[in-house]
Design a protein around this ligand. Structure first.
Ligand SMILES: Nc1ncnc2c1ncn2[C@@H]1O[C@H](COP(=O)(O)OP(=O)(O)OP(=O)(O)O)[C@@H](O)[C@H]1O
Ligand SMILES: [Mg+2]
Length: 363
């Protein structure tokens, strides 16, 4: 069942149009991530769903009830939408202890005293903050404050949580730990999570499904992490999800010519008969060799990155990022020097139409 339905939403600030005809559905019980570059409109969408912003047009339903519909005069208040929300700046109240911060939503809901204490303590311990309930936020680390914000959103036992970049202020180790914890909490409590971030790694790690939004606020693709990473529908998605190489390929008679048109593409051909293509691949999709069949390239830059060797290789005017495990480079004689020639083959290629690539290269 769909728990959130966003249908044809529009939102502008003055002349600045953030969203136009945006639609999205989130299913009951899933962890759904909205992933997109900074400024694309993720927070605006989350605030629209939470009810802190009113759309100019379109409709939002939560659990089958319409909560926003400007044309129909419907605008249900944030408190009545039954959501737990953690905002991007996770503002915990500085003048309140951990206990009082977490208790706040229950006090608002007029939960009885002893019931309140039990639920607050249970939630504090659930986020790993047991024993710290008397501290003030100034006596906590950034990560601990983050947990307080999470506990405050969880204490009212919402069936739906909206989380806006809740891990940005944490260091890399803590971020990694917290993302597993969020995922575990989601499973344990069987809640639906709508998670907003610009961090690809987090999105891949925690999502059941994710949507990729471009700078213009348009959703380019929705799918499982595997579908988004392995089957990107356009070069924007491919480029946004990691280091991406593109090699232009042109049809000439029966042949497919690469780059400037000197070398023939010896293997896999694109489907369809468009005259121009872009072959997309990641650094790890490249297989390097000293000689043999394949495209001839020149190593323009060789960087030792510890576990990996990173080579920038030029093939007929195109510069390509490739990587080889250092161990493999040593055993397979793939320790190239700058200026040396090499042979390039691919483990995997994705074919995009050349027109859609122009847009990505511009941005
Ligand atoms: N209240 C507002 N008034 C005017 N413009 C706004 C307002 N809120 C957001 N915007 C604009 O809307 C656009 C989208 O903002 P939003 O905060 O949703 O981006 P975001 O995707 O969350 O970015 P980030 O990843 O940096 O958090 C931005 O250009 C922003 O300046
Ligand atoms: Mg934001």
């Amino acid at each position: 069942m769909d728990i959130i339905r966003v249908e044809g939403i529009a939102k502008s600030y003055g002349k600045h149009r953030v969203h136009e005809n945006l639609s999205l559905t989130i299913r009951q019980g899933e962890c759904f991530t909205l992933l997109g570059p900074s400024g694309c409109g993720k927070t605006v969408l989350l605030r629209l769903i939470a009810g802190f912003e009113i759309p100019d047009g379109g409709k939002i339903s939560i659990g089958g009830t319409v909560v926003s519909d400007p044309a129909g005069g419907i605008d249900i208040s944030p408190d009545s939408r039954g959501l737990g929300v953690v905002f991007q700046d996770y503002a915990v109240w500085p003048h309140m202890t951990v206990f009082d911060n977490v208790a706040y939503p229950l006090k608002l809901a007029k939960v009885s005293r002893e019931n309140l204490k039990e639920r607050v303590m249970e939630t504090i311990s659930m986020v790993g903050m047991g024993g710290l309930e008397k501290r003030f936020p100034s006596e906590l680390s950034g990560g601990q404050q983050q947990r307080v914000a999470l506990a405050r959103a969880l204490v009212a036992k919402p069936s739906l949580m909206l989380l806006d970049e809740p891990l940005t202020n944490l260091d890399a180790n803590l971020r990694e730990e917290m993302r597993f914890e969020i995922k575990e909490l989601q499973r344990k409590l069987n809640i639906t999570v709508f998670y907003v971030t610009h961090d690809q790694e987090i999105a891949l790690a925690i999502s059941d499904r994710l949507a990729i939004m471009d700078e213009g606020g348009h959703i380019r693709q929705t799918g499982t992490p595997w579908e988004i990473f392995e089957r990107p529908e356009d070069p924007f998605v491919f480029n946004f999800m990691g280091i991406a190489n593109f090699l232009s390929v042109r049809k000439a008679g029966e042949d497919y010519l690469v780059g400037d048109g000197v070398q023939r593409m010896p293997w896999e051909k694109p489907e369809g008969d468009a005259p121009e293509w872009a072959a997309g691949f990641r650094p790890s999709d490249v297989r390097l060799a000293q000689n043999g069949e394949g495209l001839r390239g020149i190593v323009r830059r060789a960087s030792f990155l510890g576990a990996m060797m990173d080579y920038l290789i030029e093939i007929d005017g195109a510069s390509l990022r490739t990587s080889v495990e250092t161990h493999e480079a040593l055993t397979e004689k793939l320790m190239f020097q700058e200026g040396e020639t090499c042979v390039v083959n691919f483990r995997n290629l994705l074919w995009f139409d050349a027109g859609s690539l122009t847009e990505v290269l511009k941005s």
